[in-house]
Ligand binder design. Structure first.
Ligand code: CP3
Length: 354
């Protein structure tokens, strides 16, 4: 594709990076690696700069966001940075009364369960998140040729926090609304799709080279319910950023049975957790998409030899893929030894050198 056929595409200095090539299913010099939750509590330098600053406040400080986003890039030599923020930042930005409680996660003051509660959700404008635009401007300068991944929470996962009022194991209130009032549910997801689309556009326009839509908790649904009650809203988000020409990654946990549908929703890259091998995931997703994954994050607590053996298994399962971005099957666990992550990046790069 010639440059002027691309509507916008990623910033030109990152276009030829291994990460973006793998997302586009082009030949790569080595398999690119990054880790979900690479910026965060596993790093002592993160804990140090976060001292005394609440999570959501940190997300609004471009200097801190830039420093925290850069930390894993400097330390591990990963092939992409992920923007330091949180999936609830756009909700906070439009005035939803919520907080991120340490060790718990997002907690919402007034859960959304009735039609009146929808009034909490107005549209997001770029001015609401001016600090995001500023931070990404600073970051793309520092990152140079290393791509920055922007991200957002998908409508189902955001709805789960909003309806439950906090983290949930069984998503019972969420499912009660989804099955009991499909009309209100559809309106809620559609509003969240608008907010999420606006948040992703801000990040792409500020200079993000790719985006990841996290539908972390959607694995709680059966395929028929996903197709009927969730896929339209996720598809709307992914379609809304299609014309930018930056890769769209779509990830959830426990989504083995949904991988095909999550690809169909409009992903260029489907994220796979560690419960399904990448060769099997490729069969489920079908041709024309790259895959991202999928070493079990708990493996990093084992011996270096065991980490290498499990990594070899992932790489062997990925051998026939059209495009592979190496990642963990979910986020870095907070007590992971950072040196184990650095060694893993080196190991994948060495083993896949072409
Ligand atoms: O490197 C990175 O990925 C950092 C950026 C990032 C954060 N959250 C920072 C964060 C990203 C991409 C997220 C996404 C996110 N947030 C998801 C989707 C990813 C996934 O893990 O499935 C979800 C479900 C959330 C909601 C959320 N926010 C949870 C579950 C938690 C953890 C609560 C806890 O303390 O155990 C948060 C808080 C949060 N977001 C932290 C970080 C670094 C920890 C807060 C802290 O360090 O004080």
């Amino acid at each position: 594709m010639s440059a002027n056929e691309r509507p916008q595409g990623p910033p030109s200095q990152t276009y030829d990076s291994a990460f973006l090539k793998a997302c586009r299913r082009e030949p790569v010099p080595h398999t690119p690696v990054w880790f979900m939750r690479q910026a965060g509590r596993s790093l002592p330098e993160y804990r140090k700069v976060r001292e005394g600053t609440a999570m959501l406040e940190s997300c609004m400080r471009p200097d801190l966001v830039t420093e925290i986003t850069m930390q894993p890039v400097r330390r591990h030599g990963v092939d992409a940075a992920i923007f330091f923020s949180d999936i609830v930042v756009p909700l906070k930005a439009i005035g939803v009364d919520l907080d991120i409680k340490p060790g718990i996660g997002p907690v919402v003051a007034q859960p959304i369960r009735r039609r009146e509660d929808l009034a909490q959700l107005r549209d997001l404008t770029p001015e609401d998140v001016a600090y995001v635009t500023e931070a990404i401007g600073m970051l793309t300068g520092e990152l140079g040729g290393t791509p920055l991944i922007g991200f957002a929470g998908a409508p189902f996962t955001l709805a789960s926090y909003l309806v439950e009022g906090g983290p949930s194991k069984n998503h019972e209130h969420t499912k009660a609304l989804m099955y009991g009032d499909p009309q209100l549910w559809a309106e809620l997801l559609d509003r969240l799709a608008e907010i999420t689309s606006a948040f992703l556009k801000v990040q792409i326009e500020a200079g993000a080279s790719a985006v990841q839509l996290f539908d972390s908790w959607v694995g709680a649904l059966a395929p028929a319910d996903y197709r009927r009650s969730v896929m339209p809203a996720s598809a709307k988000v992914l379609e809304s950023v299609a014309s930018y020409g930056v890769p769209r990654i779509h990830f959830g946990v426990g989504t083995g049975e949904l991988l095909g549908l999550m690809g169909e929703a409009g992903a260029d890259v489907v994220g796979v957790d560690y419960r399904v091998s990448l060769d099997e995931a490729a069969r489920r997703v079908g041709p024309g998409k790259a895959l991202q994954g999928n070493l079990d994050p708990a493996v990093l607590f084992s011996t270096p030899e065991a980490v290498e053996a499990k990594t070899d298994e992932v790489l062997a399962a990925a051998a026939g893929l059209e495009g592979h971005v190496f990642n963990l099957g979910h986020g870095v666990l907070p007590t992971t030894d950072p040196d184990a992550l650095t060694r893993l990046v080196d190991y994948v790069h060495t083993r896949t050198q072409r």
